[in-house]
Design a protein around this ligand. Structure first.
Ligand code: SAM
Length: 345
């Protein structure tokens, strides 16, 4: 296995809710349930590797997620790899939908997908208790889309998936688009129209150095400022107020209030100070930051028979040691040992 595991900080963590040593309350968990993917997006994968890490059983993810929820996690997002490829997904969603937060509310339960299998899975996912999905779509022009995914026919498959998700009520439906200069930055205005026509919220995301290959440079990143300026030239944007402090997207609507655009700018306007998130990889490692240099082997402890109480203490200690921020673009920046597809985006 590529990444090193480490012991968490020895500082004493607060008992009840997950909090880090920088005073941030952690209530958001992303769980990867496979690092397999049926797409080979040019900015994400080299196309040479498949899965690299083991998957846990569905019951094992459930046990670990329950521990996090008992420590104050309120939002769970299932991801991958491509989570719709994972056998047992509907059982997992059904069980997660029954969990309650420390306040007694249902979890905020969402899933991120490339949408390829959503046309058939949207309705069963909704019936199982999933609330909403985010679909990744990096172009609204079919040839550009398929040049990026490297899968023929993928554009229309995903479009049907998006519509099936909306019809099934997996809403509010978000579309994520990672922008790369020279690949799809000519899609910005098209996406603004798409947001209005399909009544979806489009989120543009700045490209981060998390790819399998070596594509990232500061120049390839399309910054928030440029995205706003370009849309505004064709359709005036009105800023929307943040719904919560840890919201990652700067949100805008159009002058007539139809459609929503958001921009997630981890590179040019990092939001680490308000980060409320930790991740669990498909092989059961806790990652406290996308850019962590170390991982924390929760599953290994579970497999060796540790009690729920000890595992919870391990989670709390690990989260307490969460990094203050990432260092993208700074001298000495190191990419993490896993790329996005193997961490869980
Ligand atoms: N297969 C699912 C999907 O396509 O949404 C989930 C996993 S995918 C890794 C999650 C998200 O991460 C996608 O929206 C993808 O575009 C985004 N992503 C991948 N590499 C990225 C990078 N280097 N910078 C920013 N976002 C990235």
């Amino acid at each position: 296995m590529a990444a090193a595991s480490s012991s968490p900080s020895t500082a004493v963590a607060p008992a009840a809710r997950l909090m880090d040593s920088h005073g941030r309350v952690i209530h958001d968990l992303r769980v990867s349930i496979t690092d397999r993917c049926n797409y080979k997006c040019v900015y994400c994968r080299t196309g040479e590797h498949g899965a690299q890490y083991p998957e846990l059983g569905i019951e094992e993810y459930l046990r670990l997620i329950r521990l996090f929820v008992n420590l104050g996690i309120e939002k769970v997002r299932i991801t991958g790899g491509e989570p719709l490829l994972r056998h047992g997904l509907l059982d997992l969603i059904r069980e997660l939908a029954r969990l309650r937060t420390l306040h007694g509310d249902p979890l905020d339960l969402a899933l991120t997908t490339n949408g390829h299998l959503l046309d058939t899975l949207a309705a069963p996912l909704k019936a199982a208790g999933l609330q909403r999905v985010t679909v990744s779509m990096d172009a609204v022009d079919a040839p550009t889309f398929e040049r990026i995914t490297r899968i023929p026919g993928s554009f229309h498959k995903v479009l049907s998936g998006v519509r099936a998700a909306r019809d099934a009520g997996l809403t509010p439906l978000k579309i994520n688009c990672v922008l790369l200069r020279g690949f799809n930055d000519n899609e910005i205005e098209g996406f603004a129209r798409f947001a209005r026509e399909e009544n979806v919220a489009v989120r543009f995301i700045e490209f981060m150095p998390l790819e399998e290959g070596r594509l990232w440079t500061p120049e390839i990143v399309v910054p928030l400022k440029e995205i706003v300026e370009r849309i505004t030239r064709v359709m005036p944007l009105l800023p929307l107020p943040p719904r919560e402090a840890s919201e990652t997207a700067r949100r805008y609507t159009f002058a007539d209030g139809v459609g929503e655009i958001g921009i997630i700018a981890p590179v040019t306007q990092a939001f680490c100070g308000a980060c409320s998130r930790v991740r669990l990889t498909s092989d059961g490692k806790i990652r406290t930051c996308l850019f962590s240099q170390v991982e924390h082997d929760l599953y290994g402890r579970m497999r060796s028979g540790e009690s729920d109480q000890n595992l919870s203490a391990f989670i709390a200690q690990t989260v307490y040691g969460k990094e203050a921020r990432h260092h993208i673009g700074e001298p000495g920046f190191l990419k993490p040992s896993r790329s996005m597809v193997h961490i869980g985006g």
